[in-house]
Design a protein around this ligand. Sequence first.
Ligand code: ADP
Ligand code: MG
Length: 451
Amino acid sequence: MDLEQLWRLTLGEMELQISKTNFFTWLKNSHLVDKKDGVFYVALPNNFAKEWVENKYQKTLLGIVRNHDYSVKKLEFLVAGQFEVEVPQKISVADLNKIENRMELGFRVDPDTNLNPKYSMSSFVVGAANELAFSAATAIIQDVGKKYNPFFVYGGVGLGKTHLVQMIGNEVKNKYGGKIRPRYVSSEKFTSDIVWAIRNKRMEDMKKKYRDVDLLIIDDIQFIGGKEKTEEEFFHTFNALYENNKQIIISSDRPPQSIPTLEERLRSRFEGGLIADVGFPEYEMRVAIVKNKLQDANRHLKPEVVDLVAKQVKKNIRELVGVVNKILFYQDVKQIEITEKIAEDIIEKSVKNLSKRISDDQVLRSVADFFNISVSDLIIKGRKKEVVEPRQIAMFLLRDILDLSYPYIGEKLGRDHTTAIHAVEKINQEINKNSSLNQKINLIKEVLYKN
Ligand code: ADP
Ligand code: MG
């Protein structure tokens, strides 16, 4: 067998083992170019691919090649000269986007449960923003179907809903070794399955698929709302599971009462269980997430860089994780220590910088709008009780989102800096204990971040 044939066979087998996207991204343009003393040389089009294939697929590839040619001892990867893409001196936005989800490519979804093992408990960081949801999750893992059923978790984009609900599924799967069978589905997939089943007269299969489980997780339920047939089927699925004490977990970007198209009977079912939210992570939690990510990847960054990232990337966890991945990738490619300057540059390019887009006046306006008062009510002297909380929240947000100094915040609201310090500290303490306050702040942030 010549080298080309051998490689074609190898790739054919490899294609079956990894996702299409991964295959096309990393292996499509590879060639077996030489062999010598048991070392087989594989050429890849660029450094990105070389690094990736070396780390992720080396072992599998070697195994496959060995099945066809015993003389192979080792694979060596090189960058094919004619294709070589120089790593740019300055990082461009396009480069960053290319590698956005690099860290995520290695995992494979379990076909039985549709769960992705990357959403593990050890990689999930708990903080004030998700404490309640997390403790509900651990209780459910202990006692599937008995406590908190259904469990409804909601929160804004990228705040960890999918991670949380999949984590429950993964833990259950591992803990009970097949005795309790979880299944995960996004509501889009659920909907398309139903459409397919109706069209092909396969409703029974469809019913079996979703009712013959012990734990059903439906992600992003807001997309089901308003689709009559889907809602109907979901309702029946829900009831069938519920009546058999099967656990149901639902996520959504908003609480049940705010999904206008959701049928009343469904909504009241959800409200009969436990509802918990995941909110925006505060600074300490963001630091913990960055550190967790580094530990997971067995990597290191200077404390100053960790701090900088946690300070500047606050919109959501997805963005935070994305920035860490990009920094690590940059470090790999350039083989240099990441300085604060470089980190700033990467953050600048990958994050739509909030503090540049949101002005202090916008913060005040959003707070005033939320409480149905005017901006001048926030600033005006006097101690009208109704405006005390809004004013404190405004000060808190100016600090939290925009990182403004206390004297500046004080002045902005016609107070001195000690009042500002006091307000920010007060909200900081309260926010963990008072879920309605927490919710108000989350809602105001959502409005600000959306614009
Ligand atoms: P959502 O479903 O709310 O849009 P995801 O669950 O997809 O958000 O989370 C976005 C990213 O952030 C994922 O990579 C996820 O692993 C990560 N992430 C979310 N919450 C946490 C957390 N508490 N600890 C660590 N990583 C998290
Ligand atoms: Mg999600």
